[in-house]
Design a protein around this ligand. Structure first.
Ligand SMILES: [Zn+2]
Length: 335
């Protein structure tokens, strides 16, 4: 992944939807959302809001998770035993995020930071340095997970180049329920190391969530088993682990330019989808755009949305809701 393909797509959607007045900033939810639009809300980056005044007076472990899926997993394992906050509000562009003084403050006041790792949080190392908190522990949720690089061809329709390096491989491991289990185990072990007094609670909470992840994996296996080697194209390179796990084929990632689709861009996109003979074309959740619908009509492939979980609700159960919606979408696309 040299760049974040969806960055361009959502910028484009943001522009067109904004003009039509059909959508608010909050509606745009993906890693493609520009940080500046998020920062327009004063509270957007002032993270780590304490759930209640009482939480500060307790001596609970303070945990900050970097972004949504990692927050969901951390919250599930911590339960009430630790205070867990989220650094980047759901929907904030994580891939290209630049940290703020509020982030530095949040990290300087916490005991533990949980990150996805694999280069997802490019802003984190310098932010941690600025926070200068020698006792702060960092849990790498992807510890021991072998990343994949580019599995499929990246087709660029736009002329614009911006460097977007994922030298450490593709970071979207949370979208594979089996690797999500490994992340939950890493978080559990990290919290136990930081707070051994609550070992039993972390183990019990993690066990429940791990069981639910195992059931989710079984559902994916059972329902996608008949669709082996089905091909798809996406605008956001978020699903290589999911594809690999369930024997689907992400044949290409198509990048759409930032500002406006030109007729040439549309043609190039159509050509790419035809060339790869993709069975399905996936954009992001919450995106409903007539221009792209038209594009998918030309291709005789229905455009559907897959959720990368970089935006959404903050209840740990949300992972399962969103992933089951993804499963439903995949089933409908491939049958
Ligand atoms: Zn992403």
């Amino acid at each position: 992944m040299r760049r974040n393909p969806n960055h361009a797509l959502v910028k484009f959607l943001a522009a067109s939807l904004f003009v039509s007045g059909a959508v608010s900033g909050a509606f745009l939810s993906s890693c493609g959302q520009s940080p500046s639009s998020v920062q327009s809300t004063p509270a957007a980056n002032s993270s780590t809001v304490s759930p209640s005044p009482a939480a500060n007076t307790e001596n609970r472990l303070r945990v900050v998770a970097t972004f949504l899926p990692i927050y969901l997993f951390s919250k599930a394992v911590a339960g009430d035993a630790a205070q867990v906050d989220i650094l980047l509000k759901p929907g904030t562009e994580v891939h290209d995020y630049q940290s703020t003084p509020a982030d530095v403050k949040a990290l300087s006041e916490t005991d533990v930071v949980v990150k996805n790792g694999l280069g997802m949080e490019g802003f984190l190392d310098s932010t941690l340095q600025s926070a200068q908190s020698p006792k702060l522990k960092v849990i790498d949720a992807s510890k021991g997970i072998k990343p994949v690089g580019e599995l499929s061809q990246v087709v660029q329709t736009g002329k614009e180049e911006h460097s977007h390096n994922h030298a450490e491989g593709n970071p979207h491991v949370w979208l594979d329920p089996v690797l999500a289990k490994e992340q939950v185990e890493n978080i559990r072990d990290g919290l136990i190391a930081a707070d051994p007094d609550n070992k039993a609670k972390y183990e019990a909470n993690a066990a429940v969530y791990l069981q639910q992840l195992a059931e989710l994996n079984k559902e994916f296996e059972q329902r996608l088993g008949q669709f082996r080697d089905r091909t798809f194209i996406t605008f956001h390179d978020a699903f290589p682990y999911l594809a690999q796990r369930y024997n689907l084929k992400q044949v290409a990632v198509v990048e759409i330019p930032e500002d406006q689709l030109s007729p040439t861009d549309v043609k190039e996109t159509i050509d790419a989808v035809k060339q790869f003979q993709a069975k399905a074309l996936f954009s992001e959740s919450g995106v409903d755009n007539k221009l792209l619908d038209g594009l998918s009509k030309d291709l005789n492939v229905k455009l559907r949305s897959l959720d990368s979980l970089e935006a959404g609700e903050t209840d740990p159960k949300h992972y399962f809701t969103a992933m089951r919606a993804n499963l439903q979408t995949l089933e409908e696309a491939f049958k």
